[in-house]
Every structure is written in C-alpha cells, then in structure tokens.
Design a protein. Structure first.
Length: 150
C-alpha cells in the first residue's frame, strides 16, 4: 500500500498562520510516517479552492521541511508514484523497456528541489514540449545577433 498525502501547495503560509509549534504538531503524523518507512507518494490537493495545479514542487518541499532526504522525495514523485498506480513496469524510472518520459531542468534537484521549477524540456510519450518560460530564458541569454546568425 502507498500513501499519497495531498499537501496544499501553500503549506508554508498555513504554517506561518498557525505558528511553528502548532504547525510542528499538525505535521508530526506525516513526519512519523516518513521516518517509519511508509511508502509515500508525492501529490497535491489541486482541484479544490485555492489549490492550483502546478504546485507539486511546493508540495515536495513540504517533505523536505519534514526532513525527508531529497533523493527519497524524487523517488516519491517518480518510481513510487508509478508503483502506486501499478505502472512501475513501464514508467517512473529510466530503464530498458520503460517509457522514456523525462523532465529536463536547469539545475540539480538533489542539490535543491527549487531546480524543478526551471523546467527546460519535457519528453513524454515520444513527444517533446518546451515550456514558454524555457524559450524566454534561452532568448534572454543570447545576444540578438546570435539569433539572427546562428
């Protein structure tokens, strides 16, 4: 069994509002689950009021706040999620026979989860997508003459 704790992407504001002692008390069950080896899956509560899609990185940072190592957090969002959906034989990892779904970011998520906000390329199902933010970043880093004479 896997447990997907749907964390609100704005968990930090909640913690600030209730104060550090109350927040620690409310977050303690999640910390205990992580420490005891419960198979956690990353998720959000997107779809309910004020919880927007696109807040997964903030939800991942919640686990970092609780002391979960970054490598485990990345696993929670990849292989653990695929396993919970019974798709680990075809997704969630880079291996022969698996889908080559890849997220290319600017930075190392193991050094800081914030790197996951700088998505440069998504490869999924044999198709690629370059986010507008990546195109803008690329254009801003190059002089106009480089764009005219590649």
């Amino acid at each position: 069994m896997h447990v997907c704790l749907a964390n609100h992407p704005n968990w930090q504001a909640f913690a600030d509002r209730v104060g550090p002692e109350k927040a620690a008390e409310l977050f303690a069950p999640t910390r205990r689950m992580a420490e005891s080896g419960v198979r956690l899956v990353a998720g959000t509560d997107a779809g309910i009021p004020r919880a927007v899609f696109g807040g997964l990185v903030s939800s991942l940072e919640f686990f970092e706040h609780l002391g979960v190592p970054r490598h485990r957090i990345i696993d929670m969002a990849t292989i653990s999620a695929a396993s919970a959906l019974r798709l680990s034989d075809q997704s969630g990892r880079l291996a022969a026979g698996c889908r080559a779904d890849i997220l290319v970011v600017d930075g190392d998520p193991l050094a800081g989860l914030d790197a996951l906000r700088a998505v440069r390329l998504v490869l999924a199902g044999g198709r690629f997508h370059i986010p507008d933010s990546a195109v803008l970043s690329w254009a801003q880093q190059r002089p106009a003459s480089a764009c005219l004479n590649p």
